[in-house]
Design a protein around this ligand. Structure first.
Ligand code: SF4
Length: 403
């Protein structure tokens, strides 16, 4: 009997549908009559589907067709938001969009973004991500991301940091540990840094991750008081004691930077307590207090603290607690690297193909010459050909408008 197995998919049969879970976080469902039209089927284990009749080849073809059709209705389990799975066969490149794939800013830190979405809802979130988000989500196939990254590494051919800085919580990506493991042996990669809220880590997972000696965890910690921490995280489920344990344990095994966001009216009086906690740890991580800033797409829960006031406060805290708090570019060894060629420039009008919705409503991603172009105010129609004028091309992140 023909049988299909999947590493990234799991199946569940209900009375009316075959429910499919992709990478634990995304889901879609196919009406049973459409699956039964291929042939009667059983689920021998959660990751496999066996059909009673047909050849392996034909079953594979027909089932792949159904998957592709219903992946168009993929949603994120946490929020119910629509999502797009970007894999090798989608024809969607990994360069050109800040939300997913690879972002190359001509610096020795290359960002990779395999997933969007977050299990918190922080009041200061610079991208308004989290449980209340209504944005479109993305998830990228691991092998595709690695293949494209290796092409970039060959192009750059000098030592680099890979920064996993996703629009959301990176450890929601089911393949995250595997991704880090696969980055570890890459010769040109000297550091793998990752920004995380720490909620999905535990001692066992940290032990596994600690085998990757190039890994650096950038962990959030915004308050010591548990009620304040819940308010800042935007969810009652946030448990700061767990995150403190994660910081304590991880800092003994890995390089750790703790990065509180100082947010006026929420946590000014928590900074002393955070510093005291950091100083009490058996191995002290770096502490990098950040200033809450207003971003175009971010939450504006508080007023910004002017920079001179912010630095004066850091200086006061540095003196009071005898700790270094002001981190500079030099601390992160950032340098310029050769620019990635741009296939088109601002002002140019090009032919492109619409491939999927973009993060915000009424915006789409169009594709041309191996790049994604965000096109706002455009109706989504898959594979529609359009004429687009490039209005922004900074760092190979493109925005266009329909002409
Ligand atoms: S953990 Fe990060 S991505 Fe998630 S809501 Fe908070 S700031 Fe935003």
């Amino acid at each position: 009997m023909p049988s299909l197995s999947f590493e990234t998919l799991s199946f569940n049969k209900t009375k009316t549908h075959l429910t499919i879970t992709l990478l634990k976080l995304f889901t879609t469902k196919i009406p049973l009559e459409e699956v039964n039209a291929i042939s009667e089927f059983t689920l021998p284990n959660p990751n496999a589907i066996t059909f009673e009749k047909g050849t392996q080849e034909k079953i594979q073809l027909k089932f792949s067709y159904l998957l592709e059709k219903y992946f168009d209705s993929l949603t994120t389990k946490l929020t119910g938001n629509p999502a797009t799975y970007i894999h090798k066969n989608t024809g969607i490149p990994l360069i050109g969009n800040v939300a997913f794939g690879i972002v190359y800013r001509n610096s020795s830190i290359i960002e990779i973004k395999p997933v969007t979405s977050c299990n918190l809802d922080c009041v200061y979130c610079s991208i308004s991500e989290g449980l209340s988000s209504t944005k479109h989500d993305f998830v990228v196939e691991l092998d595709y991301l690695l293949e494209e990254l290796e092409k970039i590494l060959r192009f750059v051919n000098e030592p680099l940091e890979i920064h996993i800085g996703v629009q959301g919580e990176p450890f929601l990506y089911a393949d995250m540990d595997l991704l880090i493991e696969k980055l570890q042996p890459l010769e040109l990669v000297h550091t793998i840094s990752i920004d995380t809220n720490g909620t999905l880590l535990n001692k066992e997972r940290i032990d596994r991750l600690a085998k990757c000696t190039k890994l650096q965890l950038n962990l959030s910690l915004d308050a010591i008081d548990s009620q304040k921490a819940k308010i800042i995280a935007g969810t009652k489920t946030y448990n700061v004691e767990h995150v403190k344990e994660v910081i304590k344990y991880a800092s003994q095994k890995l390089n750790v930077i703790v990065a509180p966001v100082l947010t006026k009216g929420f946590n000014e009086d928590e900074m002393d307590k955070i510093i005291e906690f950091i100083k009490s740890l058996p191995k002290q991580p770096i502490l990098g207090i950040q200033n809450f800033l207003h971003y175009k797409t971010g939450r504006k829960a508080a007023q910004e603290i002017p920079w001179d006031e912010f630095y004066a406060l850091l200086e006061k805290l540095e003196k009071k607690h005898d700790i270094k708090l002001k981190l500079s570019k030099e601390d992160f060894h950032i340098r310029k690297i050769k620019p990635l060629p741009k296939p088109f420039n601002e002002g140019e009008v090009i032919n492109a193909t619409i491939k999927c919705p973009d993060r915000f409503p009424h915006s789409v991603i169009a594709v041309a010459k191996g790049r994604n172009i965000s096109v706002p105010l455009c109706e989504f129609k898959k594979d529609k050909k359009v004429r687009v004028q490039i209005v922004r091309d900074k760092h190979n992140v493109f925005t266009g408008k329909i002409v």
